[in-house]
Design a protein around this ligand. Structure first.
Ligand SMILES: [Zn+2]
Length: 115
């Protein structure tokens, strides 16, 4: 596969982020227009968010568009938590996260069980 044929790239992460950012419920979170993106190959994760605005996707776990978009949506909630200063490193998937995740799944149709 050529480099430009890959589904998960720094560019595709940014474009998917920018698409999601314009859709409910993200549109109400007023997230930044641009972020930093990274691609890694790490079997221990799908993706991660790093302060202040970095979303990383792991090609070891994420290789199709639906996984890519769902993983970015997940990390965008962490970005939202960070911007509101309610991101707890010890407990990132707290009640606030779960409420946002439920909203995101209802609006965008992601599978709640695997989000
Ligand atoms: Zn998470």
């Amino acid at each position: 596969m050529q480099a430009h044929d890959k589904v998960v790239t720094k560019k595709s992460i940014l474009l998917a982020y920018q698409m999601l950012r314009c859709m409910p419920p993200f549109v109400d979170m007023r997230l930044p227009t641009t972020i930093e993106t990274k691609v890694v190959h790490d079997l221990s994760m799908y993706g991660c968010f790093d302060e202040p605005n970095v979303i990383t996707i792991s090609t070891a776990k994420v290789w199709d568009v639906s996984q890519l978009v769902a993983t970015i949506a997940h990390e965008m909630i962490h970005l939202h938590q960070f911007r509101l200063k309610v991101l707890d490193e010890e407990q990132p998937h707290d009640v606030f996260f779960m409420n946002c995740a439920r909203d995101v799944c209802v609006h965008l149709g992601f599978d709640k069980e695997h989000f």
